[in-house]
Design a protein around this ligand. Structure first.
Ligand SMILES: NC(=O)c1ccc[n+]([C@@H]2O[C@H](COP(=O)([O-])OP(=O)(O)OC[C@H]3O[C@@H](n4cnc5c(N)ncnc54)[C@H](OP(=O)(O)O)[C@@H]3O)[C@@H](O)[C@H]2O)c1
Length: 230
């Protein structure tokens, strides 16, 4: 298949690209690194010529970026318009489990907008919501510092390996899951505070984790099960 990967230079995008090429697909790499910008639309329509499927794994800068809403709204609209015009058959969007429950945070609100733009389009859409990647869990150890300690809620979290996310995306694009919406999660459930303790211990970091049910997740009040797949 001829497949466009939006965000092909990124953490997930570069893995998806390598795996698709290894499986014999033709990949059109889309991102500013490759001279195509989904936010301004520069080069986008041309890049989708004869493309059968799109995998959107683009991202708006750093997590919590205040420009996230502008990014996902503009990129989402441009992508849908260009894909419809180009006759793309399948559109897969990677999102985050809990997005609809964490909308107080600018980033998650922007992800919900991205999902809604895709789902409202006439394309055959699959929104794949994934839990947090194991590879990014280290960010937990910078959350809510207080003196030499960290405050963390005991919220449940079920991280997934990036490779498993990549394989699911590949399967979705090759076979079509038949779903317009699917959630994926890793094998095991932990409490966020316990996970923080394991991460600090593994780094021989002397700080302590103080369990605090009132503490926030990236600035958002969070319920015990907000980050679990439905
Ligand atoms: N982190 C997690 O635990 C987690 C969990 C579930 C889902 N997700 C989702 O996974 C997705 C991928 O995350 P990631 O960490 O792989 O992202 P990343 O490494 O930050 O990569 C972002 C990609 O987006 C591209 N990009 C930036 N601006 C663009 C533009 N204007 N037009 C087109 N492409 C543009 C970048 O291209 P350049 O390099 O050329 O700038 C890069 O290829 C995100 O949507 C995120 O919400 C993440």
């Amino acid at each position: 298949m001829r497949i466009a990967v939006i965000g092909a230079s990124g953490f997930i995008g570069s893995r998806v690209t390598s795996e698709l090429i290894a499986r014999g697909h033709e990949v059109i790499a889309v991102s500013p690194t490759f001279g195509v910008d989904a936010v301004t639309g520069q080069g986008l329509r041309q890049s989708l010529e004869d493309v059968e499927a799109i995998v959107d794994v683009s991202n708006a800068g750093a997590f919590g970026d205040v420009n996230a809403l502008h990014f996902f709204r503009a990129a989402g609209r441009n992508l849908v318009a260009a894909a419809v015009e180009a006759g793309v058959q399948r559109h897969i969007v990677l999102s985050v489990v809990g997005t609809d429950r964490l909308v107080e945070n600018d980033y998650f609100r922007a992800k919900l907008v991205q999902e809604n733009i895709a789902r409202a389009s006439p394309l055959s859409i699959t929104v794949v919501r994934s839990t947090q990647f194991f590879e990014f869990l280290q960010s937990v150890t910078v959350m809510n510092p207080i003196d030499d300690d960290l405050l963390l809620p005991s919220t449940l979290i079920r991280p997934i390996a990036a490779d498993d996310v990549v394989h699911f995306l590949i399967r979705s694009v090759e076979e079509g899951t038949g779903d317009s919406f699917v959630e994926i999660a890793g094998p095991e459930i932990w409490q966020l505070d316990d996970l923080g303790r394991m991460l600090l211990a593994a780094d021989e970091d002397p700080r302590r984790i103080v369990s605090d049910p009132e503490s926030r997740y990236f600035g958002v009040p969070i319920a015990h099960d907000s980050m679990l797949a439905c």
